[in-house]
Design a protein around this ligand. Structure first.
Ligand code: GLU
Length: 374
Protein backbone atom coordinates (compact mmCIF):
# COMPACT_ATOMS: atom_id res chain seq x y z
CA UNK A 1 0.00 0.00 0.00
CA UNK A 2 1.37 3.39 -1.02
CA UNK A 3 0.36 5.12 2.18
CA UNK A 4 2.14 2.56 4.34
CA UNK A 5 5.32 3.28 2.44
CA UNK A 6 5.06 6.92 3.46
CA UNK A 7 5.10 6.23 7.16
CA UNK A 8 6.97 3.24 8.40
CA UNK A 9 7.67 3.78 12.08
CA UNK A 10 9.19 0.31 12.17
CA UNK A 11 11.88 1.50 9.77
CA UNK A 12 12.75 4.71 11.62
CA UNK A 13 16.10 4.46 13.39
CA UNK A 14 14.74 6.90 15.95
CA UNK A 15 11.11 7.11 16.89
CA UNK A 16 9.31 9.49 19.25
CA UNK A 17 6.13 8.19 20.92
CA UNK A 18 3.87 10.59 22.79
CA UNK A 19 1.47 9.22 25.38
CA UNK A 20 -1.41 11.41 26.54
CA UNK A 21 -2.76 11.78 30.07
CA UNK A 22 -6.09 10.12 29.36
CA UNK A 23 -4.34 6.96 28.18
CA UNK A 24 -2.20 6.67 31.28
CA UNK A 25 -4.73 7.68 33.89
CA UNK A 26 -8.35 6.49 34.10
CA UNK A 27 -11.09 9.04 34.91
CA UNK A 28 -11.01 7.91 38.57
CA UNK A 29 -7.35 8.93 38.77
CA UNK A 30 -5.95 5.38 38.80
CA UNK A 31 -3.07 4.44 36.54
CA UNK A 32 -4.16 2.23 33.61
CA UNK A 33 -1.42 -0.15 34.54
CA UNK A 34 -2.33 -3.25 32.59
CA UNK A 35 -2.70 -1.16 29.39
CA UNK A 36 0.60 0.56 30.13
CA UNK A 37 2.29 -2.83 30.45
CA UNK A 38 1.17 -3.67 26.91
CA UNK A 39 2.57 -0.38 25.58
CA UNK A 40 5.86 -1.00 27.40
CA UNK A 41 5.99 -4.49 25.87
CA UNK A 42 5.64 -2.88 22.41
CA UNK A 43 8.43 -0.42 23.21
CA UNK A 44 10.63 -3.25 24.51
CA UNK A 45 10.07 -5.17 21.27
CA UNK A 46 11.17 -2.16 19.20
CA UNK A 47 14.13 -1.60 21.49
CA UNK A 48 15.16 -5.25 21.09
CA UNK A 49 14.92 -4.83 17.32
CA UNK A 50 17.48 -2.02 17.55
CA UNK A 51 15.16 0.94 17.25
CA UNK A 52 15.87 3.97 19.44
CA UNK A 53 12.75 5.21 21.18
CA UNK A 54 12.14 8.56 22.87
CA UNK A 55 8.99 8.74 24.99
CA UNK A 56 7.05 11.89 25.74
CA UNK A 57 4.74 11.15 28.62
CA UNK A 58 1.97 13.30 30.02
CA UNK A 59 0.05 12.36 33.12
CA UNK A 60 1.90 14.20 35.88
CA UNK A 61 -0.91 16.64 36.58
CA UNK A 62 -3.58 13.93 36.40
CA UNK A 63 -1.70 11.62 38.78
CA UNK A 64 -0.62 14.36 41.16
CA UNK A 65 -4.05 15.92 41.48
CA UNK A 66 -5.48 12.57 42.49
CA UNK A 67 -2.76 12.08 45.13
CA UNK A 68 -3.33 15.59 46.49
CA UNK A 69 -7.12 15.42 46.25
CA UNK A 70 -7.29 18.59 44.12
CA UNK A 71 -10.50 19.68 42.40
CA UNK A 72 -10.92 19.76 38.60
CA UNK A 73 -8.04 17.39 38.03
CA UNK A 74 -5.62 19.97 39.39
CA UNK A 75 -6.40 22.42 36.61
CA UNK A 76 -8.42 25.01 38.50
CA UNK A 77 -5.39 27.29 39.00
CA UNK A 78 -1.79 27.44 37.81
CA UNK A 79 -0.58 26.86 41.38
CA UNK A 80 -2.69 23.71 41.65
CA UNK A 81 -1.44 22.45 38.29
CA UNK A 82 2.16 23.11 39.30
CA UNK A 83 1.80 21.41 42.67
CA UNK A 84 0.02 18.48 41.01
CA UNK A 85 2.76 18.24 38.37
CA UNK A 86 5.52 18.22 40.99
CA UNK A 87 3.75 15.48 42.92
CA UNK A 88 2.66 13.45 39.91
CA UNK A 89 5.93 13.60 37.99
CA UNK A 90 7.80 11.55 40.56
CA UNK A 91 5.06 8.90 40.44
CA UNK A 92 5.02 8.97 36.64
CA UNK A 93 8.78 8.61 36.30
CA UNK A 94 8.79 5.81 38.86
CA UNK A 95 6.11 3.99 36.94
CA UNK A 96 7.96 4.13 33.62
CA UNK A 97 11.26 3.18 35.26
CA UNK A 98 9.63 0.19 36.94
CA UNK A 99 7.79 -1.11 33.88
CA UNK A 100 10.69 -0.59 31.45
CA UNK A 101 12.97 -2.12 34.09
CA UNK A 102 10.93 -5.33 33.88
CA UNK A 103 12.28 -5.60 30.33
CA UNK A 104 15.81 -4.74 31.53
CA UNK A 105 15.55 -1.31 29.88
CA UNK A 106 16.93 1.72 31.68
CA UNK A 107 14.72 4.81 31.69
CA UNK A 108 15.96 8.40 31.97
CA UNK A 109 13.91 11.45 32.84
CA UNK A 110 14.25 14.80 31.06
CA UNK A 111 12.01 17.65 32.15
CA UNK A 112 12.10 20.46 29.64
CA UNK A 113 10.56 23.86 29.07
CA UNK A 114 9.78 25.68 25.85
CA UNK A 115 13.01 27.67 26.07
CA UNK A 116 15.08 24.48 26.16
CA UNK A 117 14.13 23.89 22.54
CA UNK A 118 13.84 27.52 21.37
CA UNK A 119 17.18 28.83 22.61
CA UNK A 120 19.99 27.53 20.38
CA UNK A 121 22.46 26.75 23.15
CA UNK A 122 19.88 24.91 25.21
CA UNK A 123 18.56 23.16 22.11
CA UNK A 124 22.06 21.82 21.52
CA UNK A 125 22.31 20.65 25.13
CA UNK A 126 18.98 18.85 24.99
CA UNK A 127 19.89 17.36 21.64
CA UNK A 128 23.31 16.15 22.81
CA UNK A 129 21.83 14.62 25.97
CA UNK A 130 19.18 12.77 23.96
CA UNK A 131 21.81 11.52 21.55
CA UNK A 132 24.03 10.24 24.34
CA UNK A 133 21.20 8.55 26.20
CA UNK A 134 20.10 6.77 23.03
CA UNK A 135 23.65 5.67 22.27
CA UNK A 136 23.76 4.21 25.78
CA UNK A 137 20.65 2.16 25.09
CA UNK A 138 18.48 4.17 27.46
CA UNK A 139 14.87 5.18 26.80
CA UNK A 140 14.55 8.93 27.53
CA UNK A 141 11.19 9.96 28.99
CA UNK A 142 10.33 13.61 28.48
CA UNK A 143 7.69 15.80 30.01
CA UNK A 144 7.30 19.51 30.41
CA UNK A 145 8.78 20.89 33.63
CA UNK A 146 5.29 22.02 34.61
CA UNK A 147 6.12 22.80 38.22
CA UNK A 148 8.28 25.79 37.25
CA UNK A 149 7.22 26.76 33.72
CA UNK A 150 5.10 29.91 33.75
CA UNK A 151 2.07 30.34 31.52
CA UNK A 152 3.70 32.58 28.90
CA UNK A 153 6.65 30.27 28.36
CA UNK A 154 4.89 26.94 28.53
CA UNK A 155 4.19 24.48 25.79
CA UNK A 156 1.07 23.61 27.79
CA UNK A 157 0.53 20.49 25.71
CA UNK A 158 2.87 17.62 25.10
CA UNK A 159 1.99 17.29 21.42
CA UNK A 160 4.08 20.28 20.42
CA UNK A 161 6.72 19.32 22.96
CA UNK A 162 6.92 15.90 21.27
CA UNK A 163 7.39 17.55 17.87
CA UNK A 164 10.26 19.65 19.23
CA UNK A 165 11.73 16.56 20.89
CA UNK A 166 11.60 14.79 17.52
CA UNK A 167 13.54 17.67 15.96
CA UNK A 168 16.07 17.79 18.81
CA UNK A 169 16.44 14.02 18.79
CA UNK A 170 16.85 13.91 14.97
CA UNK A 171 14.02 11.35 14.87
CA UNK A 172 12.55 10.01 11.63
CA UNK A 173 9.01 9.47 12.88
CA UNK A 174 6.62 10.75 15.55
CA UNK A 175 3.61 8.79 16.80
CA UNK A 176 1.02 10.65 18.86
CA UNK A 177 -0.98 8.07 20.80
CA UNK A 178 -4.33 9.72 21.24
CA UNK A 179 -7.77 9.17 22.80
CA UNK A 180 -9.16 9.26 19.26
CA UNK A 181 -8.02 7.31 16.21
CA UNK A 182 -7.03 10.31 14.12
CA UNK A 183 -8.23 13.46 12.47
CA UNK A 184 -11.81 13.92 11.22
CA UNK A 185 -13.31 16.59 8.96
CA UNK A 186 -15.33 17.75 12.00
CA UNK A 187 -15.61 16.71 15.65
CA UNK A 188 -17.17 13.23 15.40
CA UNK A 189 -18.63 13.54 18.90
CA UNK A 190 -20.93 16.36 17.74
CA UNK A 191 -21.17 15.95 13.99
CA UNK A 192 -22.40 12.65 12.50
CA UNK A 193 -21.25 13.66 9.02
CA UNK A 194 -17.62 13.88 10.17
CA UNK A 195 -15.38 11.67 8.09
CA UNK A 196 -12.00 10.22 8.88
CA UNK A 197 -8.84 11.63 7.25
CA UNK A 198 -6.40 8.92 6.38
CA UNK A 199 -3.47 10.88 5.00
CA UNK A 200 -2.59 14.56 5.09
CA UNK A 201 -0.16 15.44 2.33
CA UNK A 202 -0.76 19.19 2.70
CA UNK A 203 -0.79 20.41 6.27
CA UNK A 204 -1.88 23.94 5.37
CA UNK A 205 -5.18 22.66 3.96
CA UNK A 206 -6.46 21.11 7.19
CA UNK A 207 -5.40 23.56 9.90
CA UNK A 208 -8.98 24.80 10.39
CA UNK A 209 -10.45 21.35 11.00
CA UNK A 210 -9.06 20.53 14.40
CA UNK A 211 -10.87 21.43 17.59
CA UNK A 212 -8.89 22.48 20.64
CA UNK A 213 -11.06 20.26 22.83
CA UNK A 214 -9.57 17.07 24.25
CA UNK A 215 -12.11 14.24 23.98
CA UNK A 216 -11.35 13.15 27.53
CA UNK A 217 -11.14 16.62 29.10
CA UNK A 218 -8.07 15.37 30.96
CA UNK A 219 -5.13 16.34 28.77
CA UNK A 220 -4.66 19.80 27.39
CA UNK A 221 -3.83 18.78 23.82
CA UNK A 222 -6.91 18.35 21.66
CA UNK A 223 -6.65 17.99 17.90
CA UNK A 224 -5.51 21.58 17.30
CA UNK A 225 -2.34 20.89 19.28
CA UNK A 226 -1.79 17.68 17.33
CA UNK A 227 -2.11 19.46 14.01
CA UNK A 228 0.27 22.14 15.26
CA UNK A 229 2.71 19.40 16.33
CA UNK A 230 2.46 17.89 12.85
CA UNK A 231 3.20 21.29 11.34
CA UNK A 232 6.34 21.69 13.48
CA UNK A 233 7.55 18.19 12.66
CA UNK A 234 6.71 18.66 8.98
CA UNK A 235 9.04 21.67 8.81
CA UNK A 236 11.91 19.42 9.85
CA UNK A 237 10.91 16.58 7.52
CA UNK A 238 9.50 14.28 10.20
CA UNK A 239 6.32 12.34 9.36
CA UNK A 240 3.69 12.15 12.08
CA UNK A 241 0.94 9.64 12.83
CA UNK A 242 -2.04 10.26 15.10
CA UNK A 243 -3.06 6.85 16.29
CA UNK A 244 -5.64 5.37 18.69
CA UNK A 245 -3.85 4.82 21.97
CA UNK A 246 -6.67 3.14 23.91
CA UNK A 247 -6.33 -0.46 22.69
CA UNK A 248 -3.80 -2.79 24.27
CA UNK A 249 -0.47 -2.98 22.45
CA UNK A 250 -1.20 0.27 20.58
CA UNK A 251 2.10 0.36 18.66
CA UNK A 252 1.84 -3.25 17.51
CA UNK A 253 -1.83 -2.64 16.65
CA UNK A 254 -0.90 0.35 14.49
CA UNK A 255 1.83 -1.67 12.78
CA UNK A 256 -0.72 -4.36 11.96
CA UNK A 257 -3.65 -2.18 10.86
CA UNK A 258 -1.98 1.03 9.65
CA UNK A 259 -5.10 2.81 10.91
CA UNK A 260 -4.48 6.42 11.92
CA UNK A 261 -4.01 9.84 10.36
CA UNK A 262 -0.64 10.20 8.74
CA UNK A 263 0.99 13.53 7.97
CA UNK A 264 3.53 12.73 5.35
CA UNK A 265 6.83 14.56 5.07
CA UNK A 266 8.12 15.24 1.59
CA UNK A 267 11.80 14.49 1.20
CA UNK A 268 12.74 14.33 4.89
CA UNK A 269 16.47 14.90 4.36
CA UNK A 270 16.00 18.09 2.38
CA UNK A 271 13.37 19.39 4.76
CA UNK A 272 15.61 18.84 7.77
CA UNK A 273 18.44 20.67 6.07
CA UNK A 274 16.19 23.54 5.11
CA UNK A 275 14.88 23.68 8.67
CA UNK A 276 18.38 23.78 10.14
CA UNK A 277 19.59 26.30 7.58
CA UNK A 278 16.50 28.45 8.04
CA UNK A 279 17.06 29.02 11.73
CA UNK A 280 20.58 30.28 11.27
CA UNK A 281 22.14 33.68 10.94
CA UNK A 282 25.78 32.93 10.34
CA UNK A 283 28.15 34.67 12.78
CA UNK A 284 31.46 32.87 12.36
CA UNK A 285 33.71 30.73 10.21
CA UNK A 286 35.68 27.61 10.89
CA UNK A 287 38.46 26.91 8.39
CA UNK A 288 39.21 23.21 8.17
CA UNK A 289 41.88 21.00 6.63
CA UNK A 290 41.33 18.59 3.73
CA UNK A 291 40.90 15.60 6.04
CA UNK A 292 38.13 17.27 8.02
CA UNK A 293 36.46 18.48 4.81
CA UNK A 294 36.31 14.96 3.45
CA UNK A 295 35.13 13.56 6.82
CA UNK A 296 32.27 16.07 6.78
CA UNK A 297 31.47 15.02 3.23
CA UNK A 298 31.08 11.44 4.36
CA UNK A 299 28.63 12.35 7.12
CA UNK A 300 30.95 12.68 10.12
CA UNK A 301 31.07 15.38 12.79
CA UNK A 302 33.75 18.08 12.74
CA UNK A 303 36.41 17.49 15.40
CA UNK A 304 38.71 20.18 16.77
CA UNK A 305 41.76 18.45 15.28
CA UNK A 306 40.63 19.38 11.76
CA UNK A 307 40.05 23.08 12.46
CA UNK A 308 42.91 25.27 11.28
CA UNK A 309 41.52 28.76 11.93
CA UNK A 310 38.54 30.32 13.71
CA UNK A 311 36.93 33.63 12.76
CA UNK A 312 34.10 35.62 14.27
CA UNK A 313 32.63 36.20 17.68
CA UNK A 314 30.12 33.45 18.32
CA UNK A 315 28.66 31.53 21.21
CA UNK A 316 27.78 27.87 21.55
CA UNK A 317 24.65 27.22 19.51
CA UNK A 318 25.27 30.05 17.03
CA UNK A 319 25.48 29.28 13.33
CA UNK A 320 28.88 29.11 11.67
CA UNK A 321 30.10 28.25 8.20
CA UNK A 322 32.77 25.65 7.61
CA UNK A 323 35.30 26.64 4.96
CA UNK A 324 37.45 24.09 3.15
CA UNK A 325 41.15 24.50 2.29
CA UNK A 326 40.21 26.44 -0.87
CA UNK A 327 38.24 28.98 1.20
CA UNK A 328 34.82 27.88 -0.08
CA UNK A 329 31.96 27.30 2.37
CA UNK A 330 31.19 23.57 2.48
CA UNK A 331 28.89 23.26 5.50
CA UNK A 332 26.85 25.27 7.97
CA UNK A 333 25.84 24.27 11.46
CA UNK A 334 25.26 25.08 15.11
CA UNK A 335 28.66 25.32 16.75
CA UNK A 336 29.37 23.38 19.95
CA UNK A 337 31.74 25.92 21.50
CA UNK A 338 32.07 29.65 22.15
CA UNK A 339 34.59 31.40 19.84
CA UNK A 340 37.31 31.69 22.50
CA UNK A 341 37.14 28.00 23.29
CA UNK A 342 37.06 27.04 19.61
CA UNK A 343 40.15 29.14 19.12
CA UNK A 344 41.95 27.46 22.01
CA UNK A 345 41.21 23.91 20.90
CA UNK A 346 41.60 24.36 17.10
CA UNK A 347 44.01 21.77 15.74
CA UNK A 348 44.12 19.89 19.04
CA UNK A 349 43.41 16.21 19.41
CA UNK A 350 40.47 15.11 21.55
CA UNK A 351 42.65 13.78 24.38
CA UNK A 352 44.38 17.16 24.82
CA UNK A 353 41.20 19.21 24.84
CA UNK A 354 40.04 18.56 28.41
CA UNK A 355 43.29 19.99 29.81
CA UNK A 356 42.99 23.12 27.66
CA UNK A 357 39.35 23.78 28.53
CA UNK A 358 39.48 22.65 32.16
CA UNK A 359 36.27 20.64 31.74
CA UNK A 360 35.07 17.52 29.98
CA UNK A 361 34.84 18.41 26.29
CA UNK A 362 31.89 18.05 23.93
CA UNK A 363 32.10 15.24 21.42
CA UNK A 364 32.60 17.58 18.44
CA UNK A 365 33.03 21.21 17.41
CA UNK A 366 30.10 20.69 15.03
CA UNK A 367 27.99 17.59 15.58
CA UNK A 368 26.80 15.83 12.42
CA UNK A 369 23.16 16.10 13.54
CA UNK A 370 23.49 19.90 13.72
CA UNK A 371 25.00 20.68 10.34
CA UNK A 372 24.07 20.76 6.70
CA UNK A 373 26.42 20.38 3.76
CA UNK A 374 26.17 23.30 1.34
N1 GLU B 1 2.68 17.98 30.98
C1 GLU B 1 1.34 17.69 31.43
C2 GLU B 1 1.34 16.54 32.41
O1 GLU B 1 2.26 15.79 32.50
C3 GLU B 1 0.42 17.29 30.31
C4 GLU B 1 0.36 18.19 29.13
C5 GLU B 1 -0.67 17.66 28.13
O2 GLU B 1 -1.78 17.36 28.55
O3 GLU B 1 -0.34 17.51 26.95
O4 GLU B 1 0.40 16.33 33.10
Amino acid sequence: MKRAAQFRPGKAARLVVKVGSSLLVAPDGQVRRSWLETLVADIAARHAAGQQVILVSSGAIALGSRRLGLAKGGRSSLEDAQAAAATGQILLAGLWAELLGQHAITAAQMLVTLGDFEDRRRFLNASATLDRLLQLGVVPILNENDSVATEEIRFGDNDRLAARAAQAGSAQALILLSDIDGLYTANPAHDPTASFIDTVPDIAAIAHMASAESASGMGSGGMAAKVEAARIAHAAGIPVAIVAGQPDHPLAAFDASGHGTIFTAADPKRARKAWLAGRMQVVGQLHVDAGAASALGSGKSLLAAGVVRVEGDFRRGDAVDVLGPDGRAIARGLVGYDAGEAHAIAGKRSDAIAAILGYAPRSAVLHRDQLVML
